[in-house]
Design a protein around this ligand. Structure first.
Ligand code: ZN
Length: 130
């Protein structure tokens, strides 16, 4: 099965690309969850946060930052939720690393921070060097 985001990068699938640089694309998803919803992807294929190399991850996050500043400066949004799903268990739908940008305004009525309320500490150690 072909990766639909790689097909978008190659121009083999139609897409609405808003911003682009050498290594990244920002485009509107087919289903817009909020006004201005964007997906940011690296042009190279990585599955998720666990396999993207650090340089590519830095490039994606810098690109996300630039997109957010554009949205803020040119479209009047004042806040952002950045969302990533990595892995099937985390409800990742397309297996090509991507960050959702959800632009926000004061009192826009959007609840992008669900109260899950089921967490406990699973970590066996603390203050260990990574
Ligand atoms: Zn891909």
């Amino acid at each position: 099965v072909k990766c639909i985001f790689c097909e978008i990068v190659k121009g083999n699938l139609p897409s609405n690309v808003i911003w682009e640089n050498e290594n990244c694309l920002a485009f509107t998803p087919l289903e817009m969850e909020v006004n201005g919803h964007l997906l940011v992807i690296p042009k190279a294929h990585f599955n998720d946060v666990t396999d993207i190399d650090t340089d590519s991850l830095s490039e994606v996050m810098n690109f996300v930052k630039e997109c957010c500043n554009k949205i803020k400066g040119e479209y009047g949004y004042t806040g952002f939720n950045l969302l990533n799903a990595s892995g099937k268990s985390a409800q990742q739908s397309v297996g090509h690393f991507h960050i959702h940008i959800l632009p926000r305004k004061e009192e826009d009525g959007i609840e992008a921070w669900p109260k899950l309320g089921v967490g406990e500490n699973i970590y066996a150690t603390s203050h260990n060097k990574l």
